[in-house]
Structures are given as C-alpha cells and as structure tokens.
Design a protein around this ligand. Structure first.
Ligand code: 13P
Ligand code: SF4
Length: 328
C-alpha cells in the first residue's frame, strides 16, 4: 500500500474506534511523530492498554508485557519509546541495556509495582528460607533483582512450575497468585498487592452485564476470585485475544482495562464488545503529545543501576527460557 492509502486506511480505522471529531487532531500528532521517529531511527512499542490513536496510530510493535519485553531484546533500533508504564520500560532497558529507552511520562506507574520493595522481598526470603521467589513483571527493577524468576499473566503457571519446588513465593498480586494457585499443585506464599483497575470489578457487575447484554464474559486474572468465578474465560491479555479468535462470540464483555476492547474491535468486526470500562490512570498518562515531546527532546530516559540490571536480567531471562522451552 502507498503512504497516502495507508494514512487514509488509518484515518478510517480511527473513525471506527474513536469519536470522529477527535481524528484530525490525532492524525496531526501521528504525522509529527512519524517524521521524528524516522529521523531518530526509533521504535515505538505500545501495550494493549494504550488508547487506539497510540496503539494503531504510532506503534511499530504492540502486545502484552511479555511480548514487549521480548521485542525490546530482539529489535534492531537503539532508541525505544515505550508506551506503557514504568515497569515495562524498565523491563525493556534490562533486556536491552545498551539501548536508550524513553517513557513519555515517568510518572506512569502501577499499583502492583508500588506495593512491594526490594527490602520486602529480602524479608520474605528470610521468613521462608530456601523458597524460590517468582515476581510478576509488574514490579520495579529492584524487586526483579531480588527474584529468582519473573513471570507475566501469560506464563505465571509455567514459570511457577519450572522452579522445581513444591513451595514458591509469588508476588506481588494476591489475586493473580490465588488464580495461579488454583491451576497448580505448587503451594504459593502470597503478597498483598492488587491492581487498582482490576480489583474494582465486582461479581454483581459481571452478573448484571451478562444478564443485561446476554454476553459471554472474559476476565483478566488480576480480578478478585469471585469475579473470575463468574467469567466464561480467564486469561492474560494475549490469551483473551486467542480466545476471541477461537470462540468468535456474538457479544463479549471484557472485564479488564477499557482500551483492550477498543484495540481488539478492529480485528473482530463481527463481535460486539460490551465495555464495562475501567481505565488505568497510569497507562492513560501516555498521550500523543507526550510521545512527540519525548522523541523531540530525547527526554524521560529510563536509567537503572548496572548491578541491578545484571541481577534483574537473570530473573527475566529465566522467564524467557521457560517460554522457549514450552515453544520447543
Ligand atoms: P499483561 O502482562 O497481560 O500485559 O498485563 C499487564 C498489566 O498491567 C495488566 O494489568
Ligand atoms: Fe498496573 Fe493495573 Fe494499570 Fe496494569 S492495569 S499497569 S496492573 S495499575
């Protein structure tokens, strides 16, 4: 497709996903970002919770936190702009330490990452000597550096089982931990963190949505157990996409971050998405003007101590090795 046709197709797609009055404004920023991106030789990565004008408009690579971490390690560019939250930009930097990683807003945090420190992990280890630590990717680099392995919601059960221990310290999400515990024989020691977005869904809301819209329900495992018990399918960001491709439901309620449904809508035009919307305030700090400013001024670089990078990398590499083993 030629560039003009590409741009017309993008405009038409954004008009399907967003209020059409917003589209010219977004296209203006998309053009500016495209020009700067080429000039700088940068790669833009976007998590599935980013708004459609970012996810479809400027991102070269999209996906869940696992896919983005892998792509950061594999891509050729020396400059990465991470449209996501701080722990995702840190994971990119840890796996690609010689590259420059920019986060358009350094305040884009995560309630899970904020719930635990490296000192907390050391205290857990002291309380449970010899028990391996698996940390969700939604943690700081300091916490990853204290961990034996990392995981995402896409591979948490496999990573826990790959530790070869009948007991594992799993942190920091207690709801994800309870869901993982329900899928494995391994005993888990849990922390008390929660996702401020997913914890707000209630079982009653899910029942109400199902009855009102006659919709199937998919839920992210960061939701409370009573919410997951109401769902037709529980899975990670990527697993939800795969489930949709397999099941092709007439109507589906996405019990997760709101932009997920927007970003999937174009891929599944025959599915009606019910959006019991919850926005992640951290993800939504990333905007087109903020991406443009980061690229223009090369600002908001993610910097991590070299010693921390080395130890955190070992934990992330262990997670990636489990994925490679599963795929082989
Ligand atoms: P994924 O690991 O599924 O990308 O999720 C990250 C996240 O922040 C979920 O709330
Ligand atoms: Fe963190 Fe929840 Fe936002 Fe994901 S949705 S980045 S877990 S606060």
């Amino acid at each position: 497709m030629n560039p003009a046709a590409d741009r017309a197709a993008l405009a038409a797609m954004l008009e399907r996903l967003l209020p059409c009055v917003e589209v010219p404004y977004h296209l203006m920023w998309i053009d500016r970002i495209d020009a700067l991106k080429r000039e700088r030789g940068a790669v833009i990565m976007a998590h599935s919770y980013q708004s459609p004008e970012i996810f479809h408009g400027v991102a070269d690579i999209t996906g869940d936190s696992l896919a983005l971490a892998q792509a950061a390690a594999d891509c050729d560019a020396d400059l990465i702009v991470m449209c996501g939250v701080h722990f995702m930009a840190e994971s990119a930097k840890i796996l690609a330490p010689h590259k420059t990683v920019l986060l358009p807003d350094l305040e884009a945090g995560c309630s899970l990452a904020a719930s635990i420190t490296a000192a907390d992990v050391r205290a857990l280890r002291a309380a449970h000597p010899g028990v391996p630590v698996v940390s969700y990717a939604n943690t700081s680099a300091d916490v990853k550096a204290e961990s034996d392995a990392c995981c995402t919601s896409a591979n948490a059960v496999q990573v826990v089982e790959a530790m070869g221990s009948d007991k594992v310290i799993f942190l920091p999400d207690r709801y994800l931990g309870r869901w993982v515990a329900s899928q494995t024989e391994v005993e888990l020691v849990l922390w008390h963190g929660t996702c401020e977005v997913h914890e707000t869904f209630t079982a009653q809301q899910v029942r109400h949505t199902r009855e009102q819209f006659d919709a199937l329900v998919v839920a992210h495992p960061e939701c409370a157990p009573e919410v997951l018990a109401e769902a037709d399918f529980v899975g990670s960001t990527t697993a939800m996409g795969r489930w949709l491709a397999r099941e092709r439901p007439q109507r589906v309620a996405m019990v997760t971050e709101c932009s997920m449904a927007d970003n999937l809508r174009d891929q599944f035009p025959q599915v009606e998405f019910i959006k019991p919307c919850n926005l992640c305030p951290h993800m939504k700090r990333i905007t087109l003007p903020a991406i443009h400013a980061a690229l223009r001024d090369l600002r908001h670089e993610v910097v991590i101590d070299a010693g921390v990078i080395g130890r955190a990398r070992a934990a992330l590499e262990r997670m990636l090795a489990v994925g490679r083993r599963e795929a082989a």
